[in-house]
Design a protein around this ligand. Sequence first.
Ligand SMILES: [Cu+2]
Length: 155
Amino acid sequence: MHRLKRGLITLLALAATYSQAHETEQNGMLIHHAWMRQVVMEGMNAGGYFEIRNGKDQDDRLIAVKADFAKMVELHQTQEKDGMMEMAPLESGAVVPAGGVLTFQPGGMHVMLMGMQRKTTPGEHLPVTLVFEKAGEIQTDMVVQPLSGSELSHH
Ligand SMILES: [Cu+2]
């Protein structure tokens, strides 16, 4: 017991120093490691990413993301077409299967934050609201990651 407790404390300390490892749990949904790319100039677009775990016994659907620091927010899917990478809007959102995980990541599904109204600094937390069909609105923070190497640092 004693040893177990010490192990837990070490883990918690590690989690605290590792700023990306944050999560929000609400209405049976766990939103893990939400992050976005750094924006070096106002007006730019930025990708936003996260992992969503559905702890419920029924499917849910992410239908929108709201962010008041962007002019417009869309859910996108990156896909290859004739050897070119293209982005297409996810018209009907993205399903989070019952007991399963939905991952938004570079090169795949992502949140497109269009027309950023401000620059951002790596490490900064920006509040966003995820809108689900069943779980409703859940607020979390996206942590800004530097532009270079952000794909590599994603886990
Ligand atoms: Cu996009």
